[in-house]
Write a protein that binds this ligand. Structure first.
Ligand SMILES: Cc1cc2nc3c(=O)[nH]c(=O)nc-3n(C[C@H](O)[C@H](O)[C@H](O)COP(=O)(O)OP(=O)(O)OC[C@H]3O[C@@H](n4cnc5c(N)ncnc54)[C@H](O)[C@@H]3O)c2cc1C
Length: 507
């Protein structure tokens, strides 16, 4: 498969319902967001905040802080806000790309959380124990139970914390591997990252926390006794050191680095990636270089519904609200709401290793993201099932029979051969839609070994003094299969946590 060149100005890739500007995936995208921040593109509305910087590279003369945070995705931004609110104001965030937000910009389906006020208000019964068990089961018992429990137990508080910051996630849906509605989205059902990143950036700016952008951390500074004392950076043509009492690595994953994929999962090297171009695994390298243990690095998740010509992720919420997957023969072949690893494997076993994601007008309207897929020309539309079958080149009689059988199980209460029990909503007559999908690289589930204080650990379990990590750069929270919506929970819970822990250690 062809690798996308993210640096070309013609790249307008987007996904998960994000408007093209909001995806911020190309240099052009970042630049445009920067203009928006300056008010030059009013139509972008809230996106103006994403690309702006409260303390740009012009601050490079300030080279000593209490806390340096590497990466301005959800984990980095959350940790800056919580450390500040816990009493440490001398903080600097570093971002190597031309815009903030990393992969968090792209997050679409939502943020999982249990026992939340929004679930309770909507009569949804859930528990932290059930959330933890489904997370643990989803990862085939390979996650770190202590981290999973911590995440789930603190998930409702994270939802409240975001709500208090003006980021309200009260629209509930489901993703594969959960038995109750616990995936929290913005009120209008739009992609979560589009609310989360601008909201967090605004809070960082309100606190006057410095963001140096684009400035790339290249190595960790270490004292003779092994304590981390800062980072080495590249700032344009300049290279210098920034000293800090604590460094938080929040550099995200590695999905855009062919080199890292080849190192950890050579079998995936030809897969397309849903990740932003800055997801090149820098944090893993920096941490490992000074003795941190990396765990489960071969656990790179592939996602089953990636449109292959644009690397657009088709949000899991589309299946959660009723879409089905059919093969080129027009037949369903698996429980679409099963976990990503299983759905991907089933898809790869079909003729030509792809599927059509088929849905009706109800699903289209329930997912704002679908409009953006349609605007990009990714959606085939039929006036009826038969018409759609012609458009996507499958046998019309078979497709109609597939829809009829699926509709029957939505009301019969009797599971079909694929045992789908979630997101079972009958297709209505009328317009039908199809998107061609296949698996793509999506998430690094392994990473820096941490404990519930977010300290980076060596292989012998001892903590590396002064070094902390949060977000996708860490390992152990998802095991060998991540449930959709758990990464945003992870980055928010542990981002908030690490800020408080570090502030506590410095006070
Ligand atoms: C298309 C897509 C859709 C997704 N949808 C969902 C979803 O709906 N729900 C969910 O739970 N998860 C979702 N995920 C996963 C989730 O978005 C990510 O795992 C999560 O946002 C990672 O957050 P982070 O803060 O750890 O890293 P990121 O958000 O990736 O931020 C890391 C930042 O660090 C910067 N950086 C890296 N190296 C350096 C360096 N050396 N110096 C300075 N800066 C550096 C990067 O440029 C980046 O800005 C999705 C992922 C993708 C790709």
């Amino acid at each position: 498969m062809e690798e996308k060149n993210w640096n070309t100005t013609s790249d307008t890739r987007e996904g998960d319902g994000a408007p093209a500007m909001g995806r911020l995936v190309s240099r052009r995208g970042f630049f445009i967001a920067g203009l928006a921040a300056a008010g030059a593109i009013g139509a972008l509305g809230g996106f103006g905040l994403v690309g702006c910087s409260s303390g740009s590279g012009t601050e490079s003369s300030t080279r000593s802080y209490d806390i340096v945070i590497v990466g301005t995705g959800g984990a980095g931004l959350s940790s800056a806000i919580s450390a500040y609110d816990a009493g440490v104001t001398d903080i600097c965030l570093l971002e190597k790309m031309n815009g903030n937000g990393g992969n968090t910009n792209f997050s679409s389906s939502g943020m999982n959380a249990s026992e939340t006020k929004f679930q309770k208000a909507q009569g949804i019964t859930d528990s932290n124990e059930l959330f933890a068990q489904e997370t643990y089961d989803g990862g085939y018992d390979t996650a770190n139970r202590e981290l999973v429990d911590y995440m789930c137990d603190h998930s409702a508080a994270a939802i409240d914390w975001l709500d208090g910051l003006g980021i309200t996630l009260d629209n509930l849906s489901m993703t594969g591997g959960m038995s109750v509605k616990r995936c929290h989205r913005p009120t209008d059902g739009s992609a979560v990252g589009l609310t989360l990143v601008p909201g967090l950036v605004a809070q960082v700016e309100a606190r006057n926390i410095s963001i140096k952008i684009p400035v790339r951390a290249t190595a960790l500074l270490v004292a003779d006794d092994g304590t981390v004392t800062g980072v080495k950076v590249e700032d344009g043509d300049e290279e210098y050191d920034i000293n800090a009492k604590a460094v938080i690595l929040a550099t995200g994953g590695l999905g855009s680095s062919k080199e890292m994929i080849a190192k950890y999962r050579p079998d995936l090297v030809d897969y397309i990636s849903t990740n932003q171009p800055g997801a090149t695994g820098d944090g893993y390298v920096m941490a490992e270089d000074i003795g941190a243990e990396l765990i489960q690095m071969d656990q790179i998740q592939i996602h089953p519904t990636v449109e292959q010509t644009t690397a657009t992720l088709i949000a899991e919420g589309v299946r959660g609200s009723g879409a089905i997957l059919v093969n080129s023969e027009g037949k369903r072949f698996f429980d679409e709401m099963s976990t990503r690893d299983k759905v991907s494997a089933a898809e790869l076993a079909q003729t030509d290793a792809f599927a059509w994601e088929v849905f009706d007008e109800q699903v289209y309207k329930a997912n704002k993201a679908v409009t953006s897929y349609d605007n990009k020309g990714l959606v085939q539309t039929g006036s009826s099932t038969v018409d759609l079958a012609g458009k996507i080149g499958v046998d019309a009689v078979t497709l109609q029979s597939t829809i009829d059988s699926y509709n029957a199980i939505t009301t019969s209460g009797v599971a079909d051969a694929f045992s789908r029990t979630q997101g079972l909503i009958a297709f209505a007559d009328g317009k039908m839609y199809g998107i061609k999908v296949a698996p793509g690289i999506h998430h690094e589930m392994g990473g820096i070994r941490i404990d519930t204080t977010n300290e980076a650990l060596r292989a012998d379990g001892t903590a590396i003094s002064g070094l902390y990590a949060a977000g996708e750069v860490t390992g152990g929270i998802h095991g060998n299969n991540r449930i959709g919506g758990n990464a945003v929970c992870d980055i928010t819970v542990f981002g908030k946590n690490v800020g408080e822990v570090v502030a506590g250690s410095l006070s």
